[in-house]
Design a protein around this ligand. Sequence first.
Ligand code: 1HN
Length: 346
Amino acid sequence: MEALGRLEDLPQDYRDELTAQNLVPLWPSLRALLPPGKPARRTQATAWAYQAIRPLLMRAGELTPIEKAERRVLVLANPGHGLDKMQASAAMYLGMQLLMPGEWAPSHRHTPNAVRMVVEGEGAWTTVDGEKCPMSRGDLILTPTGLWHEHGHDGTEPVVWLDVLDLPLVYYTETSYVVGGDRQAVQPGRGDRAYARGGVAPRPVFGRSGRAYPMLRYPWADARAALVSLAEDRPDQEAVQIEYINPETGSPAENILGFYALMLRPGQTLRLPARSPALVFHTIEGGATLLTDDGQAFHLAAADTACVPGYTGVTLTNASATEPAFLFLADESPLHRKLGVYEERG
Ligand code: 1HN
């Protein structure tokens, strides 16, 4: 492709006149806006060790009472975007949130979609749209756009979870806002019970569930059991992966980001092909090494989190030769598919 004219090639008086009229010439920036063959990505492959996050999060628990934080979170910021942008990738936000025993993070609802992946501790709960969802290690709990949610903690030890939101995208589109509310009344009915078995779903004689998001909590015990039986059932299949879906529609659980759990068999090395969306990894059980196609390597111990830019293949290797490893994944696939830009490059 031919080199195009530069800004410096234009006379200063002409440039000044353009600026005064809020006008900008396209050609000096065209190659940066549309790079040939592959997009420019600010997202850098980055890993965050839980061992490093945890003491800083516990210190936040001492320094800042929940009333002064509303949500006590340390954001996992990708340095490629600049830490002040508080984003992991173009569309994904990641944060580690701490709730201490007896604390309450008040009810609110907002336009960004969120999920939480529970990292440690027992006894906390999130009430979403009137459904009280207990939090245990590895559980995935949805707080989709517009639904009321609040967190409480009746246990005795700190509880920590990973928040994944599409906040960067929603903020970019100038649609990000919150509404505060009162403590929710807990209603009967739990999606994790109603939809506990794949292949059979509640079918009311009259109408449907009537909820856009019928399942809000995906217990780790069930997701793990699904992976283990999938691995046993399909020894021929290399990748042992499940997707968290809406059990009424079969579509991704939320609209913008996709959520998955992956099991690495003992000693397994698995290559994930290069695809357009950025990918987040969080180790639920065991450990793995992560090697990107461009040669960046990270070791992920249990509870560590990493982010890899789009258009980048990744090779995962289970750190153990005798035990499976389990990872939670988040990506931007639903968004890319809706935009029509989703690609797999092998
Ligand atoms: C939020 O509402 C929560 O409800 C966590 O726990 C993290 C980050 C940005 C904006 C809203 C929560 C958030 C958030």
